[in-house]
Design a protein around this ligand. Structure first.
Ligand code: ATP
Ligand code: MG
Length: 561
């Protein structure tokens, strides 16, 4: 971990509100000035870009203040959880560039949590209740009207201890009883009206197997797990703000180490959904090819799409830490990956929609090897040779038979520069029976090798191309937004978020690319000149190259600003 030496000397105005509190706590000597955070995913799905925000904040805070950050799996819900998710979560955090100081599971604490619950019963602060979930909800009152007390609220401590033990032993069926904290039925905060701490669930847990048939609820398990681990700052999203009094109540009632819960706004991005439940539904019902479908906002989806860890970390940074919910534009994420790949990606030429061009005055047998720059942003990436031949392919869009004014690409009689190669002028257009252009004939100025005009005449347009003789075929997957509307979750009644799926979010084309890409490895990023950034998909095979378009080149975000 590259920890900063003197973090407290960072400029004050760049502090987000969480770091401001952390610095104050360091200054005042709270928790011996320790900083210890945790990232607490529930292993019930793959991580998404929202989690990445939380990861960057939790691990980033620890890194910034020479502290520690735990990875804790919040596995208190056996029915939905699985080791497949545990493994994926670990992989994604590592890939993002963060290393946890310790790995824990809330299920490691089941015995301790049970003992603490017994302690609360003994203190008269918890009771076994026979009401069903529905009855509890029915009796909960309104913010103005207190809850109706449960008829079991005043059970004796001995009876509660006996019943709770028998709950653990499996003497009751699912839902028959709960353990509830005895707090305040008139509290304006509904979470304080005797919340459920334990429920009965005869279900196999992915780690504890059948050892337990009672499971602690989030509100009880979370704070106590934080406390056990000595967490100092328990950072979570805004919806838990109203849970904080309960978080503090349990800690205080038990008299154990008190972490500070702090809330920030959850990350939302337009044109996508970001709940694991919905993402799982898209996967299960084959709306996408899997959790790592390049259209998914999951970390593995973004990785497969060609996003880099740096671009995601930078995005999290730019988004900042807000106290109010908001929606961030997807184009900011795209801006971040462009910015990173502009520095890193080798430039190559690929033609997505090929149109054949015959250079009539170029010798049939000749292959002219021309020098191309791999990355104008990074000289150390060197140069490569591209083969120029009599027959080449250009982008169909780069030719117009009847062009409007200011069209600086190829057209009858017009002259254009072939990137790294020659100036050519269109002399003839060949069409099929339907009038579709099948081939364009050009003459080449043989004195313009390398693309310089020999007499200083201006040639505005430069287009990319590949040699018909040497180019290799590749499948290219072009992605668009997964949803057609900004907020797929905001719908009139009767409309489901899935009704907003974009039917054209994936388009597959057969492209032609430079032979230089023959041995390109899965995951590698390239800029296809003038088209965008592309990476080699995991499905690629030696006999079948497959690319994903990560993002187009056009920077629509910067333009809007
Ligand atoms: P989802 O609602 O997508 O299922 P979750 O909150 O249930 O997410 P957890 O696995 O419980 O998912 O989340 C682990 C951590 O990540 C929590 O601290 C949670 O607050 C944080 N987190 C989840 N989603 C976001 C988000 N969109 N933005 C920021 N942090 C998030
Ligand atoms: Mg959750």
């Amino acid at each position: 971990m590259n920890k900063l030496d003197s973090p407290v000397e960072e400029p004050k105005q760049s502090l987000n509100f969480i770091h401001a509190v952390v610095e104050e706590d360091i200054r005042s000597g709270k928790n011996e000035s320790r900083v210890h955070t945790r990232f607490p995913p529930e292993p019930n799905g793959y991580l998404h870009i929202g989690h990445a925000k939380s990861i960057c904040l939790n691990f980033g805070t620890a890194r910034k203040y020479n502290g520690k950050c735990n990875l804790r799996f919040d596995d208190t819900n056996p029915v939905k959880e699985d080791t497949e998710y545990v493994d994926a979560i670990r992989e994604d955090i590592n890939w993002l560039g963060f290393r946890w100081d310790a790995e824990f599971y809330a299920s490691d604490y089941f015995e301790q949590l049970y003992q603490w619950a017994v302690e609360l019963i003994k203190k008269g602060k918890a009771y076994v209740c026979d009401l069903t979930q529905e009855e509890i909800s029915r009796d909960r009152g309104t913010p103005q009207k207190p809850a109706t007390p449960s008829p079991y609220r005043n059970r004796s401590i001995d009876e509660n201890l006996d019943l709770f033990e028998r709950m653990r032993k499996g003497e009751f069926s699912d839902g028959e009883k709960t353990l509830r904290a005895k707090i305040d039925l008139a509290s304006p905060n509904m979470h304080m009206r005797d919340p459920v701490m334990y429920r009965i669930l005869h279900a196999e847990h992915h780690r504890t197997g059948n050892k337990w048939c009672i499971y602690p609820m989030y509100d009880y398990a979370h704070g106590e797990s934080d406390s056990i681990e000595g967490i100092t700052h328990s950072i979570c999203t805004l919806e838990f703000e109203v849970h904080r009094p309960l978080y503090d109540w349990f800690i205080q009632a038990l008299g154990i180490h008190a972490p500070q819960q702090m809330e920030f706004a959850r990350l939302n991005i337009d044109y996508t959904v970001m709940s694991k439940r919905k993402l799982l539904e898209l996967v299960k019902n084959n709306y996408v090819s899997g959790w790592d479908d390049p259209r998914m906002p999951t970390i593995c989806g973004l990785r497969r799409r060609g996003y880099t860890p740096e671009s995601i970390r930078n995005f999290a940074d730019k988004v900042g830490v807000a106290k109010r919910d908001n929606i961030i534009e997807l184009s900011l994420l795209e801006y971040c990956i462009r910015e990173d790949l502009n520095k890193k990606a080798a430039r190559v030429m690929g033609v997505l929609n090929p149109l054949k061009v015959v250079i009539i005055n170029f010798p049939q047998a000749m292959t002219d090897m021309l020098e191309a720059v791999n990355n104008p942003e990074d000289e150390s990436m060197g140069t490569r040779q591209v083969a120029f031949t009599k027959e080449i392919y250009i982008e169909r869009d780069d030719f117009m038979e009847d062009p409007p004014k200011k069209y600086f690409r190829l057209a009858p009689g017009a002259e254009v520069r072939l990137r790294y190669a020659y100036l050519i002028t269109c002399t003839d257009v060949i069409k099929d029976a339907n009038g579709e252009v099948t081939e364009v004939h050009c003459v080449c100025d043989l004195a313009s090798r390398g693309g310089q005009s020999p007499d200083g005449r201006k040639v505005k347009g430069t287009i990319h191309w590949v040699s018909a003789k040497y180019a290799i075929p590749a499948e290219v997957r072009l992605y668009d937004r997964l949803f057609t509307v900004e907020n797929p979750d905001d719908n009139p009644e009767g409309v489901d978020y899935k009704d907003n799926l974009n039917p054209n979010s994936l388009k597959t084309v057969s492209a032609l690319v430079e032979p230089y890409l023959k041995d390109a490895k899965a995951g590698a990023n390239y800029q296809f000149e003038r088209l965008g950034y592309f990476n080699v998909d995991a499905d690629t095979r030696p006999d079948k190259l497959i690319f994903n378009r990560t993002v187009t080149l056009k920077d629509s975000w910067a333009k809007q600003k």
